[in-house]
Design a protein around this ligand. Sequence first.
Ligand code: F0G
Length: 458
Amino acid sequence: MELPFAEPYKIKVVEPLRRSTREEREAWISESSYNLFKLRSEQVFIDLLTDSGTSAMSHNQWSEMMLGDESYAGSASFFKLKEVINKMLGMPLFVPTHQGRAAENLLFSAMLRKGDLVPGNAHFDTTKGHIEFRNAIAVDCTIDEASDTGLYHPFKGNIDLEKLEKVLRENPREKIPLCLITITCNTSGGQPVSMKNIKEVSSLCKKYGIPVFFDAARFAENAYFIKTREEEYAARDIDEIVLEMFSYADGATMSSKKDAIVNIGGFLACRDEKLFERISMYCILYEGYLTYGGLAGRDLAAIAQGLKEGCSFDYLESRVKQVEYLGRLLKNYGVPIQEPTGGHAVFVDANKMLPHIPREEFQAQSLAVELYLEGGVRGVEIGALLADRDPKTRENRYPRLELLRLAIPRRVYTVNHIEYVAACLGNIYERRDSIRRGFKIVREAPIMRHFTVELERC
Ligand code: F0G
């Protein structure tokens, strides 16, 4: 018989989890204004809010923490990380940042002006926030297949070349400082971008003289999908695939809280020395001196080790297969999901699951609250709440998809946890017709409202 996959690690340290009653959860979620970000972590049993900074470090990473060099300038840990970034990503220049959005801040401070356009594939919300905060526009050129959740497409993160070329052709070169490819594309479901597409986007942008940057938060998971779904790469190592992917980019922002498997950190890498000079100025201003950039030396050392572990095939296989397993269980219960499952999360199609709740009443948020009440499981809404208001008209924006994301932290939960989560959603699916009331907003921030929004039941 074919042997099942099993995690290539064992558990050495455990953290207790507390279960709660439905009555307790009713009270806690109401006190939190039905915003799951406002819950205290001990009020959550299984936390699938995010895979960002929530993963388990290895004993080798913890050892590296002890070896961290805390010198203000010229830290040995910086050079350790620099060597890994040079070797694994082929990027000669980089500054550390305290997390991914800080790298975005430096990049856009150095490159973006009011009225500019940044084409890409469904920019992540902080990325879009940084672009719109500067009165520039994020243009989503993702392929249409990405918004048909039931349709199988191996690379739903791909950029539609015609949509991209239209933006490049119809706007002056100086209005488009860069094109941003998010690998994997979180917003469309942790969906990968094929090497073919990366290559084509890069050569199209070259033709128009536009630099290409990666939002590389989940680059290793993207490389795994290239290896397993793009035939010509089946025999190639993850390391080789990663190096080739980055060879088509002029630079990258990175949230190390994802594929570098650390609890905090990020970086901004590039090739161009002139751009690097501008970035360096903003780094010193906003983050810190160039060899620590908002992090402790020990964090830099843990990232260096985590980048290597994050690109191991055995680790990536167990990671992606755990996500896939949750997707399979949900499908068996009839729960509609974005297919195929992505690298870091399963996305439940709330519009298909709760079609009787109007979109104005936030279907995916309603499902997120139900899931919390059912079993103390915290997911996150990726729908109309997150999509915020149009910066000009201030009208609510309704994205094509209304999703509940179940993001799986790396090396944290067991198969039993996964089965528990699936059963909770299975129960909700059974009684879905009885879930009738959505939510209305009672208080919201002017930008990135989902973090602090307060809601009431309709
Ligand atoms: N880019 C992508 C694709 C992301 O998913 C994130 C964060 C960022 C940039 C920003 O990085 O958090 O280190 O500042 N995503 C987290 C999530 C928050 O839950 O998906 P950060």
